[in-house]
Structures are given as structure tokens and as C-alpha cells.
Design a protein around this ligand. Structure first.
Ligand code: ADP
Length: 268
């Protein structure tokens, strides 16, 4: 379902198609950093794909390149056949990062509508149904509150609703739950699965947590540093819908252990 590696032997064009991408920071300077080399991945529409690997292996860089926040030094990235840069201009890419970055003076409902409002003139998109979005992320009844009145987990939910308000084709999530305590983080993972089953966006998700990656993903892209490249793509064949109790099964534990072994082998 997902193809990766230097050959990138895709048969059908993927929804997110990353071809021969390289990213070098500080090119032309004294010490350029090769953050990514030979990146080829094809992500099917509606898939949930996680990027995992040791710090510095280029996970965030790859996510930022797909979101057109940085331009690749070489290679191309298309989403639904359209260059990532155009997708960003048309506000068809949603981003959720580690910090919710809510505007403290705005009500939650206005925070959720904000990105849409900022891009509406340019994109001509219809206004989102903020009440429905708040309900979707479990914040029904909190629209009139300010961010400071919400817990960390609830702020994360609001950030997700804000990204979904754009009705994006792709959702990029960069360690969105990393700042949360473990119990809240687990709950957010379960909620995200429920929400993903409803909205069926294509998701690229960066995480440090192998268990989180296994629980959420259709496939896991294992990356390795210096220079950042794709080591392996692991398909997660646990059935959907993913239910919380699946995390207690032998099949789940085996997948997490296999990923752990791969990571140790890579770092040895
Ligand atoms: P990860 O998300 O896997 O931790 P990053 O994508 O943040 O990895 O970083 C990949 C490599 O690129 C690292 O060596 C990092 O130090 C370097 N890097 C990241 N951002 C920049 C930048 N803006 N300028 C220079 N080097 C960078």
C-alpha cells in the first residue's frame, strides 16, 4: 500500500508522492547538513502513515517539505497530482504541531475558525461548521471558553479542530501529543482514531512513541539519520477500527518489539 526506497517503483500515482527528495540545510555554507537524501514514498489517499526514527533523522524536515514550509533541494512532492506549494497556497494542507498555538484572547470557537477566515478570501471556501467540529473533537460546549480555561488535552483537540476547519486534503501532524501526560496522550490517540475513521483524511504523523505509531498507523516509515533516509516501511496489519484493547494483544506487542529491535539495530 505504500512504497518507499531509492527505486520508488510506484505502479499507480500515490496521493502523496515524494520523489527523489533531498533537503540540505545551509547549502553553499561552510557546513551544510544533509537532512534528507533519496526520499521516495507514496501514500495512498486516506491512509494514516507515521514517521519514526531517532532524533535528527529528518522526520520534521520531511513533514515540513510535504507541507511546503521548506523547499526540497532536489526532487518533487505532489499531493493529489498537484505540487505541494500550490496545495499550501490553496490551504489544502492542515498542520497540527506539538504546541497548540491557540490565540489566548480568542474564544475556542473563534480559534477554530481562524485559519479558515484568514484563507477564505483567497480560497473561496465555505465557512466551516464550527459547532460540528467542536463536537467531533469532543469539545462540545467549550466554544465560548478561552484557551487558558482548557486543559492541555483539550487545547490539542482545539488545534486539531482548527486544522480540520480548512477541510484539508492532507493532515500533517508533528508530535501533536508529545507535550501531554501519558494517560491524556493515550486518550488522544484513541480519539484521533475515531476522528480519522470519520473524516478519512490522508495523515502524515511524526511521533517518538512506537506504541502510538503502531496503534494509529496503516504503515510506519522508519527513518535513519546522517544523512536522513528511509530505512524501512512497515505495514501495520492490525484490523480497523482500532480499539483501545488492541494495545493489550500479543500482535500489538510483537509489532512494537519489532520496531524497537529495528531502532536498536540502526543505532548500534
Ligand atoms: P527529526 O525531526 O527527525 O528530529 P529534523 O528534521 O528536525 O529531524 O532534523 C534533521 C537534521 O537537519 C538534523 O541534523 C538537524 O540538526 C538538521 N536541521 C533541522 N532543521 C535545520 C535548520 N533549520 N537548519 C540547519 N539544520 C537543520
Amino acid at each position: 500500500m505504500i512504497l518507499a526506497g531509492p527505486t520508488g517503483s510506484e505502479t499507480a500515482p500515490a496521493f502523496i508522492a515524494v520523489r527523489d527528495v533531498q533537503v540540505t540545510y545551509g547549502q553553499g555554507g561552510a557546513e551544510p547538513v544533509q537532512a534528507l537524501v533519496d526520499i521516495n514514498i507514496g501514500v495512498p489517499e486516506g491512509a494514516f502513515v507515521s514517521l519514526v526514527g531517532p532524533s535528527g533523522c529528518g522526520k520534521s524536515t520531511l513533514l515540513r517539505a510535504v507541507g511546503d514550509m521548506i523547499a526540497p533541494t532536489a526532487g518533487s512532492i505532489t499531493i493529489a497530482g498537484t505540487p505541494a506549494s500550490q496545495m499550501r497556497r490553496e490551504a489544502r494542507i492542515g498542520l497540527v504541531s506539538q504546541a497548540p498555538n491557540l490565540m489566548p484572547w480568542l474564544r475556542i470557537a473563534d480559534n477554530v475558525a481562524l485559519l479558515h477566515e484568514l484563507s477564505a478570501k483567497r480560497t473561496g471556501r465555505p465557512a466551516p461548521d464550527v459547532a460540528a467540529l467542536l463536537q467531533l473533537v469532543g469539545l462540545e460546549g467549550f466554544g465560548a471558553k478561552r484557551p487558558a480555561q482548557l486543559s492541555g488535552g483539550m487545547q490539542s483537540r482545539a488545534a486539531l479542530a482548527r486544522a480540520l476547519a480548512l477541510n484539508p486534503d492532507v493532515l500533517l501532524m508533528d508530535e501533536p501529543f508529545a507535550a501531554l501526560d501519558e494517560i491524556t496522550r493515550d486518550r488522544m490517540g484513541i480519539e484521533l482514531m475515531r476522528i480519522h475513521a470519520r473524516f478519512r483524511k490522508t495523515v502524515l504523523f511524526v511521533t517518538h512513541s512506537l506504541a502510538e505509531a503502531v496503534f494509529l498507523s496503516d504503515a510506519i516509515v522508519l527513518m535513519t539519520p546522517r544523512p536522513g533516509r528511509i530505512e524501512r516501511v512497515i505495514t501495520v496489519d492490525l484490523p480497523r477500527p482500532r480499539l483501545p484493547e488492541m494495545r493489550l494483544t500479543d500482535a500489538f506487542a510483537r509489532m512494537v518489539a519489532e520496531l524497537n529491535r529495528e531502532l536498536y539495530r540502526m543505532m548500534a
